[in-house]
Ligand binder design. Structure first.
Ligand SMILES: *Cc1c(COP(=O)(O)O)cnc(C)c1O
Length: 364
């Protein structure tokens, strides 16, 4: 079976982790600092602050912007729930807008109608490694004096108009094992705002600037030097890994038939965290792919506004037609960089054979 994800660990990761262990410095230390510097340089921003996960990175980004009870954050429901749970944990209200039917990212055209006097931030998600429409979202946000947080947890190295994901407004990243790069668990906030970076550093470590002097109510959302060591090795390999993902995606888009291939926003270079197609009779499609030795997955079968914790908070009345239609049709195929050319050919063969049996995807 060709798996939907296959994290790659090599000698570089092992050596850096071994040296971190040998140093005796296991918690947040020099390695974390080095990882932050290298990641900031990679994204092209002055500041990067490492955290324990992507979820805690989002949480700290919201807190650093002083977002809390009574505030609204505009985001999308076509995402992993962790884009939204930190908004709830800081006491703010998520306001959902629908996605573009082409890129599956935030429809900037719906923002003006969703902005109220309580709106404090807009959080688009660069899902599947495809940058959201950051230039337009940033322009609208600036006009209204609202902050922008790009959830780039699936978009390490994605480019739009020559700019990296994470360099527009605040950026938040995840280094969970299946992401384009990993630290085991981990996250990062990227920003050009030195004050925001300082606040996040403070909140990340018990609100403590001088040892055992606590200035504000903080958290322990630190990364360890062990995780940063894995992250440093992975960051070195990221450009080649992304290049391979894009090459595999290019081949799929040329050779797949009977499924709707992903659309690339003009001027963008998506990094294909997922290669997501739309298919007919999805459940049956997945079974037939599996029988042909190809793993596939649905990211994500239930949109966030239909998840129980959100329904409990009154999201039942929210309707997002594009999101709700798409979640029934999407299917992600293996696109990880360790796929061999033979495996890629097997995915193409299995997908095309299945689409021939079940009939082509057609717009409604
Ligand atoms: C993975 C992910 C997160 C959360 O990151 P963790 O490191 O798992 O906490 C948030 N948003 C999106 C879009 C993700 O894919």
């Amino acid at each position: 079976m060709i798996p939907i994800a296959r994290p790659q660990m090599g000698a570089e990761e092992q050596e850096l982790v071994a040296s971190a262990l040998a140093s005796g410095m296991l918690a947040q230390g020099e390695r974390v600092r080095e990882f932050e510097e290298r990641f900031a340089e990679f994204v092209g921003v002055p500041h990067a602050v490492a955290t324990s996960s992507g979820t805690t990175a989002i949480h700290l980004a919201l807190l650093a912007l002083n977002i809390g009870p009574g505030d609204e954050v505009i985001t999308v429901a076509f995402t992993f729930i962790a884009s939204v749970t930190p908004i709830l944990h800081v006491g703010a209200r998520p306001v959902f807008v629908d996605i573009e039917p082409t890129t599956y990212t935030m429809d900037a055209g719906q923002l003006e109608a969703a902005i109220t006097e309580r709106t404090r931030a807009i959080m688009p998600v660069s899902l599947y490694g495809q940058p959201a429409n950051m230039p337009e979202i940033l322009e609208i946000a600036e006009r209204h004096g609202i902050a922008v947080i790009e959830d780039a947890c699936q978009a390490h190295g994605a480019l739009l108009a020559g700019r990296m994901s994470g360099s527009w407004g605040l950026g938040v990243f995840s280094f969970y094992p299946t992401k384009n790069m990993t630290s085991g668990e981990g996250g990062m906030v990227t920003t050009s705002d030195g004050k925001v970076a300082e606040t996040i550093r403070l909140l990340r470590q018990h609100g403590m600037s001088v040892r055992y002097h606590h200035d504000v109510l903080g958290y322990n959302f630190r990364m360890t030097d062990i995780h940063a060591s894995i992250g440093l090795a992975q960051l070195t390999k990221l450009p080649a890994a992304n290049k391979r993902r894009r090459a595999i995606a290019g081949r799929y888009t040329r050779e797949l038939m009977g499924v709707l291939a992903p659309y690339e926003r003009p001027g963008s270079e998506p990094v294909y965290h997922q290669y997501t197609v739309r298919v007919r009779e999805r459940a049956s499609f997945m079974e037939r792919l599996e029988a042909r030795g190809v793993g596939s997955s649905v990211y994500y079968p239930i949109p966030v506004h239909r998840q129980k914790p959100l329904l409990a908070l009154g999201s039942a009345s929210v309707t997002l037609p594009v999101t709700e239609q798409l979640v029934k049709e999407i299917l992600s195929l293996p696109v990880h960089p360790s796929l061999s050319d033979d495996e890629v050919a097997q995915v193409v063969g299995a997908t095309n054979a299945t689409a021939t049996e079940l009939g082509p995807w057609l717009p409604e």
